[in-house]
Design a protein around this ligand. Structure first.
Ligand code: ADP
Ligand code: MG
Length: 456
């Protein structure tokens, strides 16, 4: 079979203004997806790329009908999706196999649900196990298989129902490098040579290289809330060579889109969040990126060694960091005015050079100075200064943050703030008592500990 030319690909799935909010008890609703409009044509292999927590899994669940949008519509072949779509199958990062069923029974599951009769079910499943390289393992149990083989079962189970749409949620992230690479190539081979009837594939990933290696179209999502920031086709012929200049150039381009978007978005959210009152008249806290100070120091030293400027893509691959891990650190560097992202390069500012050359005390001083402009730190400082004993339980701040962010996000914000606060001695934190306190007056700190001991 020859793959249908792009222009003739029919309208398959349409997302119209898909928005998803999650209610928070007694708090603001959290808006995860914002006004997503997207046409998916039959025969496309789309990679959905975005930072962790941006809403990729949520979007995939909405497309397959496992979850409903709060606003907007999903059309499948021009009909609204009202419940789980039987033409779609899903492969999960965690494999999601039933441990008490054999490999064959796990693969047969989807066919049981479709009411297919026993002997046809068996033949179909055995055929798929063969296709996916697992013949001989029919009667084994998942725990007897390696991670790579378990994910093969995940693929066989999804493909057994001959889905029109195959959805994959970070299917290779839990596998070691070589296993993942083999499975990627095999899946591509099945799809390109039409060895499986499935034509349309939607893969969620946070790996830029993975997206460029596999997909013929890449859609990039932003975070908080997720919006589509880029949507383009990948013009490279298959099989793709990761070392070819075109491949490297495209990966670099995607890095630029992802990082460039972050500059702009950070600037906008910082402005609107700091100045505009939220619906209930409260001032909203600007989120801080999750950069860990030791990672920040390491990254800036590395860039300083390279002549104060280096390509983000090179830095990432050198440090074995995914975009997920690298971006929070570069965003932190930018927040502290230590570096700027320019055309896919991380460039140290004068302050950044000073930081990279400086001793620990100098580094503490520099970041401490920058923290004065961060709204979360203003809040913490204000609260601690106004308390007579200059101390406050972590839980207090957690509750404030939960007014502004989801429970999980609040926790990450506070963990990051405590990491920064402790490093710079902006405030102190005692993990045993889970108290934040100012260190201006040693006597007060002692009193705090004495009173804590008395309470025990
Ligand atoms: P991704 O797959 O891109 O990592 P998810 O779609 O899993 O992101 O989640 C996006 C955001 O929505 C996260 O902040 C997550 O905490 C939040 N979220 C996901 N599911 C729920 C839920 N059922 N209730 C509340 N918040 C949720
Ligand atoms: Mg996810």
């Amino acid at each position: 079979m020859i793959r249908t030319p792009y222009e003739e690909k029919s309208r398959f799935i349409r997302l119209l203004g898909v928005t998803k909010t999650y209610p928070q008890p007694d708090k603001y609703d959290i808006r995860v997806l914002d006004d997503i409009t997207l046409d998916i044509r039959a025969g496309e292999f789309i990679a959905l790329l975005g930072p962790s927590g941006s809403g990729k899994s949520t979007l995939l669940r909405i497309i397959t009908g496992l979850s409903r949008p709060s606003y907007g519509t999903v059309l499948y072949r021009e009909r609204p999706v009202m419940g789980p779509n039987p033409q779609a199958a899903m492969v999960f990062q965690s494999f999601a196999l039933y441990p008490w069923l054999t490999i064959l029974q796990n693969v047969e599951l989807g066919l049981v649900a479709k009411g297919i009769e026993r002997s046809r079910r068996r033949d179909k499943s055995l055929g798929l196990l063969d296709l996916i390289g697992l013949s001989g393992y029919e009667d084994a149990f998942p725990k007897e298989l390696s991670g790579g083989m378990r994910q093969r079962v995940g693929f066989a189970r999804a493909l057994a129902v001959d889905p029109e749409l195959l959805c994959m949620d970070e299917p290779f992230s839990a596998l070691d490098f070589l296993t993942a690479e083999n499975l990627r190539s095999e899946l591509l081979d099945l799809w390109l040579k039409s060895k499986i009837p499935t034509e349309t594939i939607l893969m969620v990933t946070h790996g830029i290289e993975e997206a460029v290696f596999m997909a013929d179209r890449i859609v990039i999502l932003s975070k908080n809330p997720a919006r589509i920031v880029a949507d383009f086709s990948v013009p490279l012929p298959y099989p793709r060579n990761r070392k070819s200049p075109q491949f490297i150039e495209l990966v670099d381009y995607v890095y630029k889109v992802v990082t460039g978007r972050n500059d702009e978005q950070e600037a906008i959210s910082q402005k609107t969040l700091d100045k505009a009152p939220a619906p209930s008249q409260k001032t909203r806290l600007a989120p801080i990126p999750y950069g860990h100070i030791s990672m920040l120091s390491g990254l800036l030293e590395l860039v300083a060694d390279r002549g104060n400027r280096d390509d983000l893509y090179h830095l990432g691959s050198e440090l074995f960091l995914e975009v997920d891990d690298l971006l929070p650190v570069t965003e932190t560097a930018e927040l502290f005015h230590l570096a700027e992202v320019r055309e896919g390069d991380l460039v140290l500012t004068d302050l950044g050079k000073q930081f990279a050359q400086g001793e620990v005390t100098e580094r503490k001083r520099i970041i401490r100075e920058q923290l004065k402009d961060v709204s979360l730190f203003n809040l913490i400082e204000r609260v601690l200064q106004n308390k007579a004993n200059h101390a406050m339980p972590k839980e207090f701040f957690n509750e404030i943050l939960e007014e502004h962010f989801s429970v999980k996000e609040a926790e990450r914000q506070l963990t990051t703030a405590i990491n920064w606060g402790r490093f710079t001695e902006f405030f102190h934190y005692d993990p045993d008592t889970e108290m934040l306190y100012l260190s201006t007056d040693q006597q007060i700190v002692d009193e705090h500990f004495d009173s804590h001991k008395k309470n025990e």
